[in-house]
Design a protein around this ligand. Sequence first.
Ligand code: ADP
Ligand code: MG
Length: 714
Amino acid sequence: MANKAPVVFSRSNQKVPELFGANVFGLEQMRVRMPEQAYRALRSCIEQGQELDAGLADQVANAMKEWAIERGASHFTHWFQPMTGLTAEKHDSFANLEGGRLVMEFSGKALIKGESDASSFPSGGLRATFEARGYTAWDPTSPAFIRDTANGATLCIPTAFCSWTGEALDEKTPLLRSSEALNREAVRLLRVLGDQKIAYVYPTLGCEQEYFLIDRDFYVLRPDLVATGRTLFGAKPPKGQELEDHYFGSIAPRVLAYMQDCEQELWKLGVPVKTRHNEVAPMQYEIAPIFERTTIATDHNMLCMEVLKQVAMKHGFQCLMHEKPFAGINGSGKHNNWSMATDTGENLLEPGHTPAANMRFVVMLTAVIRAVDMHADLMRCTIAHAGNDHRLGANEAPPAIISIYLGEQLSEVVDNLVAGTSGRGERRKDTMRLGATALPTLPRDATDRNRTSPFAFTGNKFEFRAVGSSQATARPNAVLNTIFAESLSYMGDAIEKLKGQKGLEGAVNEVVVEVLKKHQRVIFNGNGYSSEWHAEAESRGLPNFRNAVDAISNFCAPKNVSMFECFGVLTSKEAESRMNIQFEAYSKAIAIEGQSALSIARTIVLPAAQKHQLNVAQSVTAAKSAGLKVDAQMKRLQELASRIEQLVAGIDDLNAAFEHAEQHSGLPLEHAKIYRDKVVTSMVRLRESVDLLETMVDDSLWPLPKYREMLFLS
Ligand code: ADP
Ligand code: MG
């Protein structure tokens, strides 16, 4: 079934630089198509987040329309990110009737604002149905682009999505707000540190996206994959990934053709994809772009996931983005590489070459350590969902305890700084003073990395590895930006207060050391899987939220809500709505899994097992009546029968749990708890029976494609 002849596709002969951004209305397009002054105004609005003059919008709209029509577009859509984790769009054509004649029009008004019925998107209680209208608002910081399909093209305009009362109904708005907060606090702290040059700071993001590919012919035979994105059943294959011969192995030609197709599509959309390789598990792969400004990189990651899925079908593959499509085999994550850049082209997490640059670096690093220690609960929240529960803490995925990996050298720097003021205030020889001593050269060596760390420093950026592969990156980054902004604000205040009395260096030293002493406990360079770490983390007082439901509850802890409000990222109502939606999404995901598991067990697995039982019983009876010895076979038959009994009991058990959960009408948290405690546990038991039967039933009778087929027949 799987070994089809390779499909031959027409190859694009265009070179990458020609392809890149061909479908994007970027700065270059604007420069060529707009009056100089309008272009400049728009540019500063894009780059520095300055407000857009309404008069400018008509000029932009017109230039955008001309460009889009030249490229075959007939329609435009506001493209936004509601709180479903996906993108949404509603298309309108440019067509208008003018005295019976059709003209193609696009006004500044249509560019800036779109009306959208918000009632079918999750709002977590933010708007009542009687005021269900929402609107989309142009986000000029992310360029418009064209999606080509077989029969036409559509102009997509990235937008924010709000209720008429102004509340954010999407993921993009809080991300934009958090970037602003980070800019404000970073520039302020830089001034305190004596920098007068840097005018603007923005977060940067590069997402390494992992995914699985399986043959689509198998996929359609697995109702669980179709309904839930993961296999709810499936016995371990005889050849597991133990051999680890897949990682960085040569890429199968059919897969490579797919990757190349994806890359070309993404380049056209201006997504700077760069890296491709096999991942650890069989049929698992990764694609990674060159990092960009976070607000753009999040849009680009959404596009990347869409393109990976769409192009897969053309190649006879199904692309699985779920965090754990196959039990017992590596899951998929999305390493979220996060840093900050300045308008002067510097990376604020780059260790410097001079004592002054190092001082800035250590202040930034200290702010990160403080932020993560104080808000580990919030970070954990942003990666909490049903899919990631299967991944965290297993097969090279980081554990649920949030800690920071700094590597040996940098940890030593931290230790030395802290040791500097220990004892009676005397400095030991090996301690360092910021602003006076240079940092040792830090290695940027990939082998020095600890794959089990959820948040690792990798030379000049932090890698948030606990993010799941299917997730939209807007929320984790909005939270990273906010907690970091809060720490920058704290450090800025503290240094400023001491500066007059102790001088800049003295003030920085004192604040850095004080903060490190208090928050150093979050640094951990060891094995995140070991039971010692779990005990150690507990004794350090680090939180360990083992599952999504426990984690989500923290989103609206008073300290978190007041921080969101203080930095203008979320109002308390907006925060609460996000938490509710997260609980609802969890319950919904488990409900779908429960339903799917029930239907497969009842209508696919049980009949197959019974047919097998009948065959065996008939065979044993026949053998016995022929006077043959059948004791051992009888024993097998008995075992089979008792497994089938277990299966039926498991089905009844899951059914009861599912009905109980469905009927429950409490708060979103309570509802989610029932799904977690009753439905998930019943599903686990049912899976045990089914997987056992898979190893007993006649292979030719087993209707579901097996792991060994799906994973090893590329
Ligand atoms: P790996 O972690 O697999 O060794 P790299 O170190 O090359 O891979 O980078 C992984 C991702 O991190 C890439 O998408 C890269 O563009 C991104 N990245 C590199 N520098 C930064 C930065 N300053 N800010 C954000 N992302 C970055
Ligand atoms: Mg990496």
